[in-house]
Design a protein around this ligand. Structure first.
Ligand SMILES: [Zn+2]
Length: 152
């Protein structure tokens, strides 16, 4: 991979801290169980984001969602100080792929302002969120079945 160096720089100061998970109903397309796992992201030692991953157990061909809420988490801040961004994840032949979609209605929209895919796509915010989602995919063992390196 030619981008190993840049990717290393982008994630070097990110820390992923897995928290809880819960089951979240059945997949609309295949009826298998879905699960949501969440956790926290620290950047340069301070709280930066929280993330939610919802996917269908054992089915990497079903679309998974990565919801990331980025912003201020200090005392006195509210959901208006944070942006909730939703990513649709698919594992393509070319590797992991994230598409920014609307965050309205997602659980993440309860802790941050729900953004629309069209307003976020192509911005530095989208770049940061995709970097975070990629780090989660790499570091959080609970979602390792979604990553390219997991056995089929
Ligand atoms: Zn499905």
């Amino acid at each position: 991979m030619t981008n190993d160096d840049t990717r290393g720089d982008a994630t070097a100061n990110l820390e992923i801290e897995p928290a809880s998970m819960k089951s979240s109903g059945r997949c609309a397309c295949c009826g298998k169980s879905r699960r949501t796992a969440w956790g926290f992201v620290y950047r340069d030692g301070g709280p930066r984001a929280c993330y939610f991953v919802e996917w269908t157990l054992g089915r990497i061909d079903c679309a998974a969602r990565f919801d990331v809420v980025v912003g201020s988490w200090f005392d006195g801040t509210t959901e208006d100080d944070r942006e909730a961004v939703s990513l649709e994840y698919r594992l393509l032949d070319t590797g992991p792929s994230f598409a920014v979609v609307d965050a309205a209605g997602r659980p993440a929209a309860e802790v941050g302002r729900a953004t629309k895919g069209s307003e976020v796509a192509g911005t530095p915010l989208a770049e940061e969120v995709v970097t975070i989602a990629g780090a989660v995919l790499e570091i959080d063992d609970r979602v390792s079945e979604l990553s390219a390196r997991a056995p089929a």
